[in-house]
Design a protein around this ligand. Structure first.
Ligand code: GDP
Length: 403
């Protein structure tokens, strides 16, 4: 038993080894528990398809996140349910301009109040008539219509000798209504052409310079159509501006309208238009609204791109409307842009946006003269239902201001 200490040493080594083993197992367990508590919820996105321009991805593919094999807590299971996006009910489109006409008065009253102030003077001198013409030109009525209006007013005043404010206002109102032209057909063509394929939707192209309000107008128009009981579908063919497709998708989603888009910036806009019409027909949509990009750097490119989009959108039948969006605050510049677009595509109507922010309401008259097509819609604010079908009398009452 002289070697008793050898057994003692071996025993001690075994005790130390067992202690170390126990400590390491505990440490690993604690680490795993901490990791499990602090780990984020993981959602798995589907792999992106290879970035080919066609076909564009269709909005609305929602992928459920993968659930890991974690055991559920015994009490109160926490089920993360994404809130259903609330589908809004847009305001009815009829009579919107009457409701929003105060916005025109706010921006247009300088024209109405200036004209009425001058016209109600006792004896109108040459200087007064020049002042009237000047006010019309400042309001962007355009030279020819302004001269016409002054001539007619002069004639009326000479013959009738109107002097009290009520009569002057009435006279001016009638002459402005005549200039804006109540005889033009301002309705949107929402029925597919007789030559269109069976089940083809009507198609509307929205064109115009970037920043004029095209995407916003497509979104607002979708709401107008939904309010009228139509089933629209949106095509995000402004593939130049990264945010445009997202912006349009959001507009559509708010009223339960589907958007066809390509997630690849710079994708071929014509292929998006093509797919939107295809999808519209397959989904039984009534109208396909196609947003486009409007880069003016190179007129030839713009013309080529727009006519390619128009051809692509015509695959099931002729495009029903090509609406030119003009920003009313840009005044005469807007008319220069209008000419460029008119050379590229056959414009069927004009949408004048931002009329709430300008005293240049006279542009309605000038643009109709210039383009030979009616103003069909006007934008009177950034709110979702601030797009109104154009109506002549409420418009004129708006720019003349309150009685
Ligand atoms: P796009 O580049 O032509 O598609 O232009 P957007 O649709 O992105 O619009 C440009 C800006 O104009 C946005 O801030 C819109 O909210 C604004 N906008 C569009 N229409 C109107 C309008 O009628 N009134 C006002 N005040 N702003 C508008």
């Amino acid at each position: 038993m002289e070697n008793w200490w050898i057994f003692l040493v071996i025993g001690a080594i075994i005790v130390v080894a067992l202690t170390l083993l126990t400590l390491s197992v505990r440490a690993r367990k604690t680490r795993d528990e901490v990791r499990a508590r602090t780990a984020p919820q993981t959602t798995t996105h589907p792999p992106q398809p290879p970035s080919t321009p066609t076909p564009p991805a269709t909005e609305g593919t929602i992928t459920e996140p993968e659930v890991s094999g974690e055991s559920k807590p015994a009490l109160e299971p926490k089920v993360a349910t994404a809130p259903e996006p609330e589908v809004e009910t847009p305001a009815p489109a009829a009579g919107r301009l009457v409701r929003l006409r105060a916005r025109l008065a706010r921006s247009g009253s300088p024209l109405g109040s200036t004209l009425l102030r001058i016209l109600s003077r006792d004896q109108l001198s040459e200087d007064d008539w020049e002042e009237i013409e000047e006010s019309l030109l400042v309001a962007d009525v355009g030279t020819a219509p302004a001269m016409e209006l002054v001539d007619r007013l002069r004639e009326e005043v000479r013959v009738q000798g109107v002097s009290d404010l009520g009569a002057v206002r009435q006279l001016l109102r009638e002459e402005l209504i005549r200039l804006v032209d109540p005889t033009l057909d301002r309705s949107l063509a929402l029925e597919p052409d007789a030559s269109a394929a069976e089940g083809a939707p009507a198609t509307i192209l929205m064109v115009g310079v970037n920043g004029t309000g095209k995407t916003t107008t497509v979104g607002k128009l979708a709401r107008v159509l939904v309010a009228e009981g139509k089933k629209p579908l949106l095509g995000a063919a402004d593939t130049f501006r990264a945010a445009a497709a997202e912006q349009l998708t959001t507009w559509g989603r708010r009223v339960g309208v589907e958007t066809v888009r390509s997630d690849r910036e710079g994708a071929d806009p014509a292929s998006v238009a093509f797919d939107a019409v295809d999808r519209g027909a397959a989904q039984g949509a009534d109208v396909v609204l196609v947003d486009t990009a409007g880069r003016l750097q190179n007129k030839a490119d713009l013309m080529a791109e727009l006519s390619k989009i128009q051809r692509a959108a015509s695959r099931k039948g002729p495009v029903n409307e090509v609406l030119l969006v003009l920003d009313a605050t840009t005044g005469q510049n807007g008319l220069v842009q209008a000419r460029v677009f008119a050379e590229a595509v056959d414009i069927t109507g004009v949408v004048l946006t931002k009329l709430d922010g300008t005293a240049k309401g006279g542009i309605v008259i000038a643009v109709q003269r210039e383009m030979g097509v009616p103003v069909k819609l006007v934008g009177l604010g950034e709110g979702p239902d601030d797009l109104a079908p154009f109506e002549v009398e409420p418009f004129v009452d708006g720019i003349l201001g309150e009685d």
